[in-house]
Ligand binder design. Structure first.
Ligand code: SDX
Length: 438
């Protein structure tokens, strides 16, 4: 079959050759960024689909939350640049912004922070879920299990069409993720769980639950708390990435928010996505010394190899990920605070970045460091085991997931997500009895 397309101004008309079928497809403009061809009538009018494995060229929804310009390395949350938010805001204030669309005034900020901190504790029976895991279970497995199980504890907020249920679910998820994550870590090292402290800030409270023990007082370093809060801000939301799209697709069926966030956690776990920060540390350990960088990069460039330069490349950013720059600056600050300013891992990572950014293979493919390249180095210096890196990503991204989920539920045009396919399998054929098969 063939077709002819003719473009006129803000639309394109496609005609299937040899038929009287044609469709004029309008071009819709956003406030900034690429326009979109609205192809919703394409199948009904022309009986054809578009083909876009991985959805690299497909806008799956309309959104007002986050804007990325991958060519110039811009990231805006509700119009505010990530650089300004990372420097001047706090994670809970950014959470309010993502959820509500505007920065809060003083009263709104205080009320939101109180609302979140009032939900930091877990139902006592959820504690028992941890005992069902092996001590060496990957903490992301624990996160999937415990967050999914929250659906069984909050029957009072599962009606996704009730705005109050959506609001309380958002508070519960944002508030409880640090507790669930810290308890997953404590369980893995056989230490008692630390209950949340609502007199501490969000990031302080998380570091407290991660590091304190009942036997003595624990004071959270203000520099580390600030660094943790900034890392949460940098991971809060990122447009329609794989895990956010998973949450949206799950939510489009009417599944409850806890089940949807558990699906997002599962999707984030992959090394091509949120698991990359853990993979970067493993890669740096494998390289070991800067003298080994050329051989490692040769392996990455080898078509028959399977190694990738983890923490590099991005589906959208074809320039420096702005989060990576902020993360690198934060790296130096944290390592200095911890007295590790000569951390060999950071030196190796910076040498690797310098060589890669001058290597034609990476330059020609526009492969730059992404948010995961430096985050692992900071987190390791702060004492987190590598298995907790993606867990921290999930803690921060929960507000992005729930904000995107809320936007989808409140979008009057939203319907169940159901992609189609191009079928290249067998045409219809009759069943062959076992004794007749070759
Ligand atoms: C995150 O989507 C988001 O916004 C995600 C995220 C968020 O905040 O939610 O930003 C978080 O997931 C960041 C990405 C973390 N992942 C990694 O660091 C893993 C390593 N990077 C890649 O595997 C890769 O770059 C992806 C998955 C991130 C993007 O892959 P694409 O867009 O599908 O690119 P591709 O696989 O089609 O690669 C294009 C070319 C290929 O070479 P050719 O076949 O053209 O010869 O670039 C090469 C790839 O082999 N390539 C790499 C590479 N990434 C791409 N080669 C070496 N090392 C890499 N890291």
């Amino acid at each position: 079959m063939s077709a002819t397309a003719t473009k006129d101004g803000g639309s394109v008309t496609i005609t299937l050759n040899g038929t009287n079928k044609s469709l004029t497809i309008p071009l819709i403009d956003g406030t900034i960024g690429p326009s979109v061809f609205d192809i919703r009538k394409l199948y009904n009018e022309l009986g054809v689909f578009t083909y876009d494995p991985g959805y690299g060229g497909t806008a799956a929804c309309e959104s007002k939350i986050t804007y990325i310009d991958g060519d110039v390395g811009v990231l805006l949350h509700r119009g505010y640049p990530i650089e300004q938010l990372a420097e001047k805001s706090s994670f809970l204030e950014v959470s309010y912004l993502l959820l509500n669309g505007e920065l809060p005034d003083k009263a709104q900020k205080a009320e939101f922070e109180r609302g979140v901190m009032m939900h930091t504790m877990l139902h006592e029976q959820l504690r028992r879920f941890y005992d069902g895991f092996r001590r060496d279970a990957h903490p992301m497995a624990v996160m999937c299990g415990v967050v999914g199980a929250m659906s069984a504890f909050y029957h009072d907020s599962l009606d996704i069409n009730d705005p109050d249920h959506r609001r309380i679910s958002a508070f519960r998820l944002i508030a409880k993720m640090p507790t669930i994550a810290a308890w997953a870590y404590k369980y893995s090292i056989g230490q008692p769980f630390m209950y949340p402290r609502n007199d501490l800030s969000y990031a302080e409270n998380f570091l407290y639950m991660m590091n304190a023990v009942p036997a003595e007082d624990y004071k959270v370093s203000p520099v580390l708390a600030r660094a943790m809060d900034r890392i949460f801000i940098l991971h809060a939301d990122h447009e329609q990435n794989a895990s956010t799209s998973t949450v949206r697709l799950s939510g489009s069926t009417g599944a409850n928010p806890f089940a949807c966030i558990a699906a997002g956690i599962a999707s984030l776990w992959g090394p091509a996505h949120g698991g990359a920060n853990e993979a970067v540390l493993k890669m740096l350990a494998e390289i070991g010394h800067k003298d080994n960088i050329p051989a490692f990069l040769a392996g990455v460039k080898d078509k028959n190899g399977h190694n990738r330069l983890m923490g590099f490349g991005h589906r959208v950013y074809k320039n420096y990920d702005p989060r990576a720059k902020i993360m690198q600056a934060s790296c130096h600050e944290v390592l200095k605070e911890l007295g590790h300013q000569d951390d060999p891992l950071l030196e190796l990572a910076m040498e690797l970045e310098k060589i890669a950014l001058h290597d034609e293979y990476f330059v020609s493919r526009k492969l730059y460091p992404n948010v995961d390249f430096y985050s692992g180095i900071i987190l390791k210096a702060m004492g987190f085991p590598t298995s907790m890196f993606t867990v921290l990503f999930a803690v921060a991204r929960t507000v992005g997931w729930i904000s995107q989920w809320k936007e989808m539920i409140e979008d009057p045009s939203q319907r169940i997500g159901r992609p189609r396919q191009v079928y290249t399998g067998a045409t219809q054929r009759d069943y062959i009895a076992l004794d007749k098969r070759a």
